[in-house]
Design a protein around this ligand. Sequence first.
Ligand code: NAD
Ligand code: UGA
Length: 319
Amino acid sequence: MAEPHALVTGAAGFIGSTLVDRLLERGTRVTGVDCFTDYYDPALKRRNLAAAASHPGFRLLELDLGAADLAALPEVRVVFHQAAQPGVRASWGREFAAYTHHNVLATQRLLERYRDASLERFVYASSSSVYGDAERFPTGEDLPPRPFSPYGVTKLAGEHLTLLYGRNFGMKVTALRYFTVYGPRQRPDMAFHRFCRALLRGEPITIYGDGTQSRDFTFITDAVEANLRAWERAAPQGVYNVGGGSQVEVREAVALLERVLGVKAALRFEPRPPGDPPRTRADAARIRADLGFAPATGIEQGLAAEAEWARGLYAGARS
Ligand code: NAD
Ligand code: UGA
């Protein structure tokens, strides 16, 4: 039988590129889609795809899902839709137009392309930001979503679109609500990447608020594993939290990174920006029961892996 063929959107990004590598490693053929938005340096995205680019099972289509003719996309068994305009704190003001384009319109167009395609699974990368400033912890999937940022609204819209295409057209859809993902290749606008870079360059770290805000930080290989399980274990239609399994305050993470990198941080405090929730914590019961998923990498090990990767990225910087 021919090897399975997957489509990964956002293939050059942090999560998408790691998923691509994992699929190729397992013998799945991959068509990647990315338009290399300039939200952060596209050279970093090219670097993410360096290994995949020379793999015979990989093909890259450079196109904008919100604008291109999607008839060119291949027939595949599974779609992992990771493409989006990310970033909670940057989604205010004029930037919102990019969020609606990349997160809402692009998702609707991709669903239209595949609605009659008999996919084994369409996996949508959703976000803990659909819960916003949640009313209950740990937060279960059935709590009515109440985003706290414009970004969260667009991710929720994309999730609703995915689910309603599932209900109307019988598409097998799953939405994975990732909780703050970290690890090698993390986006340069995200906290741990910024902290590593600052520590390696001998620059101060900026902490929003007092650093007691906390996240259910999720290691990248765990987020990737959840995608594979959603496909292979044929998750029922619906939404799943994907959390890292612990509650970590930002100031605790800084202390861990200081230890791993052997550098004392100079801290600079700034007010907590609008849209930034004080806490996230996933209720993991549903994904454990349906997909047998439990996170495998804890925060100490995960931060050490990210710090090691950042050392390579910023080699030559003061350390
Ligand atoms: P990323 O920015 O590194 O990757 C997204 C990729 O999508 C980028 O390479 C970008 O160029 C591409 N892209 C954006 N719009 C596109 C379009 N219209 N057509 C084609 N390509 C397009 O982001 P990431 O951190 O890897 O996030 C991946 C997904 O996971 C996103 O959907 C994001 O909302 C979601 N998510 C991420 C986190 C996290 O902590 N990183 C948490 C929750 C949800
Ligand atoms: C992350 C991703 O950026 C979103 O794309 C994703 O959708 C979201 O997770 C999610 O889980 O849904 P965020 O939690 O803000 O958003 O991730 P980080 O940038 O890693 O920030 C974590 C915490 O560190 C935040 O409370 C933030 O205020 C704080 N932070 C960030 C700082 O104190 N200093 C910084 O320089 C950056």
